[in-house]
Design a binder for this molecule. Structure first.
Ligand SMILES: Nc1ncnc2c1ncn2[C@@H]1O[C@H](COP(=O)(O)OP(=O)(O)O)[C@@H](O)[C@H]1O
Ligand SMILES: [Mg+2]
Length: 317
């Protein structure tokens, strides 16, 4: 077989697979190569991975992590949505320099659909904005929070990743969104109040919502050693008193470039991709991408995508 011809056929097949599945070909090609040709290529179902970014305390970097992880995943070729679930004091649109004309309140009032709220941002990330200073959104009841979660069921094309930037505290708008996600990232920084608030959130999520695993990301630490020490402090107490495993999932250094990017209303991952924090967010995105198929959320819980972890089967798989 002519080697160049086989290469052309293989790359054509890769492009077709990527177009069919919406995922980079390297992820969908699991077949074998015979005589330089790809054969028996299974096309997996699309995964929808809802990931809440939480932490309990304000100012620890939840929105920063949600925004930059979102842009890092999107720039790696994934379809990513970012829901600003800090209803009432929204930050995501400001951090990304967006100017939304409508927000979740309009959707709840029936003035628009979730699809119509989606705003394109850096690297193809799609943002669902919440309103800032909108009292309507500051006091959402249980039914309205559930309606926001259920609205994602109606999307024509669910994203691969749905990141949910949650508010500070332990109110329903934090716990419901976190419990509705398949994964929860706990952002923690090296301050006693951050550790105690993260522990408090872990306690509520495990005791009241049956969450059994959390993923900790240390923010604003000096090095990986400090980040792991921080994780040990938290895990030591949670292992002893709570029925939840807190895994170490990565760390982000304190980085002046990150602050400058925030002031410029852009993601550091886009603006200064070589900076220490941008590299950390890209590494975190790679880690998140190894998490694989998410565990099914509890059947008795309200869950994003109805607890389904895949949708739109596009072939055998
Ligand atoms: N890794 C970091 N390096 C430097 N500054 C950071 C970092 N992470 C967060 N910050 C600063 O902390 C502020 C608060 O972060 P933010 O993401 O808004 O916190 P939260 O959403 O938890 O309230 C940001 O405006 C930014 O100035
Ligand atoms: Mg925030």
């Amino acid at each position: 077989m002519n080697g160049a011809l086989a290469m052309n056929q293989a790359s054509g097949l890769k492009q077709m697979l990527a177009a069919l599945t919406g995922r980079p070909a390297r992820e969908v090609i699991a077949g074998h190569q015979a005589d330089g040709l790809l054969t028996a290529v299974p096309i997996p179902r699309r995964l929808c991975r809802p990931i809440a970014v939480a932490g309990g305390k304000g100012g620890v970097g939840k929105s920063t992590v949600a925004v930059n992880l979102g842009v890092a995943l999107a720039s790696a070729g994934h379809e990513v949505m970012l829901l600003d679930a800090d209803t009432g004091l929204a930050n995501v649109d400001v951090m990304l320099g967006l100017a939304p004309s409508r927000h979740l309140g309009h959707m709840l009032d029936g003035a628009c659909t979730l699809q119509e709220l989606l705003l394109p941002a850096a690297c193809g990330l799609q943002v669902v904005p919440a309103g800032s200073g909108a009292r309507r959104l500051a006091q959402l009841d249980h039914g309205e929070l559930a309606a926001i979660i259920h609205a994602f069921d109606e999307l024509a094309r669910p994203p691969e990743y749905l990141l949910v930037d949650t508010a500070a505290g332990l109110a329903d708008n934090v716990t419901m969104f976190a419990a509705a996600a398949a994964e929860v990232i706990l952002v923690v920084c090296d301050e006693p109040a951050s550790l105690t608030d993260a522990y408090g959130l872990a306690k509520v999520l495990s005791r009241d919502f049956g969450v059994r695993r959390l993923r900790m990301v240390a923010n604003m630490t000096r090095n990986e050693g400090d980040a792991r020490l921080l994780h040990q402090k938290l895990a030591r107490v949670s292992d002893r008193f709570l029925e939840v495993v807190i895994e170490f999932s990565g760390w982000v250094p304190h980085d002046e470039r990150l602050r400058q990017a925030i002031r410029r209303q852009a993601a550091v991952v886009e603006l200064w991709p070589g900076s220490p924090s941008a590299r950390a967010f890209k590494k975190l995105a790679d880690t998140v991408d190894t998490w694989g198929e998410p565990g099914r959320a509890g059947l008795d819980r309200i869950s994003f995508f109805g607890g389904r972890t895949s949708a739109g089967a596009e072939g055998p798989g």
